[in-house]
Write a protein that binds this ligand. Structure first.
Ligand code: TYM
Length: 333
């Protein structure tokens, strides 16, 4: 069945292995299926919900485009564009923020995590961020949204907003209620320094993540220093659940080799971590080094990247501007 795919990535620098295994790898598979229509958005409006350096932001927008292409997304097949260049996103976000309920947003765990203890000082944008995300998806009638596990709650909110809009204005199915596409295994890659925390761009220690721009030596060094436990590698799925660092590293290995957690556990059962880490470094270097080299090559050609964005913006705009007109009409403008 043909799917309409939409997903977004924030251009906040340090795109990492979690972004790749949790989302971008899946984008590539969906892009390669000719039946699908895919749209991948660099969500720069989302990025400014926390303070950004304007010069770095501009570079990071290009770097995100370069990462998409270097990972295998074909800009001839998929639309790649940046959110702020299509005005309908901000317009739809406002209208949908009048549909979404405070109670729904108050439940969002990511806001609580990101705002931390001092909620009063968080931007209003950080709070209403999931409404903008809903606008992104609903403007394109997306049927499926590939994301990592951390975005699940935001997608549920998007579905609630779509349903409430359709009910309130009695426009059956005008807004397409999207399905999340979240991988069963490996949908949450954890920090290399603490297996109970998500691998994240904002974590201070660079040793906690493999960046998609890391070179061979950096990757080997980070895996060498990755936290483990004093035991030998586990022999069963049951045994691994309590050993979060071992589970994460074996999960990364399994995902990179397109295998399952089960099979990878079997492969390394009873071995010591140093032997396993050597194998893991090898598969990581094989996968990430070519992507990293390609990102650097693409970044040297800014004109090419800007041209991709320009073409993507034009295509995205022609879809989104029609949808926002429909939304405005329904609302009574
Ligand atoms: P962002 O930029 O934080 O992350 C981009 C994608 O990477 C996934 N991801 C992970 N997956 C597994 N393990 C991890 N440690 C990990 N860290 C990040 C995220 O789940 C995401 O799929 N709000 C979104 C961007 C967005 C969006 C959208 C997504 C804006 N509009 C519309 C889908 C549809 C975000 O901040 O992702």
């Amino acid at each position: 069945m043909s799917k309409k795919i939409f997903s977004g990535v924030q251009p906040t620098g340090n795109l990492h292995l979690g972004n790749y295994l949790g989302a971008i790898k899946n984008f590539v598979t969906l892009n390669n299926d000719n039946e699908n229509k895919c749209i991948f958005c660099v969500v720069d409006l989302h990025a400014i919900t926390v303070k950004q350096n304007p010069k770095e932001l501009r570079n990071n927008i290009r770097e995100t485009v370069a990462t998409f292409i270097a990972s295998g997304i074909d800009p001839k097949k998929s639309i790649i564009f940046n959110q702020s260049s299509v005005a309908a996103h901000a317009e739809a976000a406002w209208i949908l923020s009048c549909v979404a309920r405070m109670g729904w947003l108050n439940r969002m765990t990511q806001f609580k995590e990101k705002a931390g203890k001092d909620k009063e000082k968080a931007s209003v944008g950080l709070y209403s961020y999931p409404v903008l995300m809903a606008a992104d998806i609903l403007l394109y009638d997306a049927t499926h949204v590939p994301v990592g596990d951390d975005q699940k709650q935001h997608l549920e909110l998007c579905r609630d907003i779509a349903q409430k809009f359709n009910n309130d204005f009695e426009v059956n199915n005008f807004l397409q209620v999207p399905e999340p596409l979240i991988q069963k295994e490996f949908s949450r890659i954890m920090s290399l320094k603490d297996g109970s925390k998500k691998m994240s761009k904002s974590e201070l220690s660079d040793l906690s993540r493999i960046n998609l721009t890391d070179n061979k030596d950096q990757i080997i060094n980070k895996i060498k220093k990755a936290k483990t436990d004093p035991l030998l590698l586990p022999k069963s799925l049951k045994e691994i659940d309590e050993r979060v660092e071992a589970k994460n590293l074996i999960g990364i290995y399994a995902s990179l080799t397109n295998s399952t957690l089960d099979k990878s556990i079997e492969n390394f059962a009873g071995k010591n971590f140093s032997e396993f880490k050597e194998k893991l470094s090898q598969v990581l270097v094989d996968k990430i080094e070519p992507i990293s080299a390609e990102i650097k090559k693409l970044l040297a050609d800014q004109e090419y990247l800007d041209q991709i964005l320009l073409e993507g913006v034009e295509k995205a705009n022609s879809i989104a501007s029609k949808k926002i007109e429909g939304i405005k009409e329904i609302v009574g403008f």
